[in-house]
Design a protein around this ligand. Sequence first.
Ligand SMILES: C[S@@+](CC[C@H](N)C(=O)[O-])C[C@H]1O[C@@H](n2cnc3c(N)ncnc32)[C@H](O)[C@@H]1O
Length: 316
Amino acid sequence: MFHENTSADCLTTVTTSTEDGAFQTKGRNTRLLSPEEAERLAKDRVLVSDFKQLKLEKEAQKNWDLFYKRNSTNFFKDRHWTTREFQELKACREFADQKLTILEAGCGVGNCLFPLLEEDLNIFAYACDFSPRAVEYVKKNALYSTERCKVFQCDLTKDDLLENIPADSVDVVTLIFVLSAIHPDKMHLVLKNIYKILKPGKCVLFRDYGLYDHAMLRFKSGSKLGENFYVRQDGTRSYFFTTGDCQMFVYFICLLFLLLFMGGCLLDRQDFMELLLLYKLHVYSIMQQEQKFLNLLDFIQICCINEKEQSSVKVQ
Ligand SMILES: C[S@@+](CC[C@H](N)C(=O)[O-])C[C@H]1O[C@@H](n2cnc3c(N)ncnc32)[C@H](O)[C@@H]1O
């Protein structure tokens, strides 16, 4: 069982603006541990075996699908807080009745999607989840209409969102209690994927479990997969975010935009590579405590290579 009436969660808005690099984090403060809780967490050091961890990763989609088979649409409560907590949904409009296009990434059975469509009549929503059952439940919901939404099955870490959504066409992407369900080594793939369909200057709204949430403290020993990462009895997994993680997302998305922006030959190659290196070092200094920064650096490396390949075509 897991609960989402969280005492500590991370609430982050990333605005992909290349002009002012603006972003906000509205993260709650990390919950303070009692001495007993701190001792219990410190003692819980044994990790689930590599073999079992690999199996869990391979079967992630199956385990979530079975979760929806068992619980149908009855598990998560409808989330009526999105417009209240994410003022950006209103603020990102240039005029009051402007139609917004959103993507609810990892939509589950639509507990966030449908309240949002009811509250705001000027939204077209794409929604996706990798559980086929969850997608079917969304389609069967009385509020589902193809005029207002398009739901599709998609593994955000593997399947290209461009197969279902045009490039640079979405105003707001919501990631609500979704990244926590994804292996920390693969979270950057999700960001890379959503970046392709997001309009420049628009928003990623992220809400998820924060470090030392009660849900984290309820895990029994034998459930730990890694730093702040646990498995539930049903095989679904949950990561608990630190504020450093949220900063990493912000830097990662800013970096992607930097690449796009600078790749347009605003700088010469030398300057571009130097700037990239500076950025890389900056990300490194923030994230050096984190295992995940290695993936980020790998990705930056890949971007550099692609950028170089591109430059041989584009630049005289
Ligand atoms: C805790 S639920 C949250 C569902 C929904 N966002 C909500 O707020 O009710 C996490 C969801 O993420 C989905 N998910 C996990 N990994 C995914 C992936 N790699 N690609 C797409 N969806 C994924 C699961 O199927 C599940 O529906």
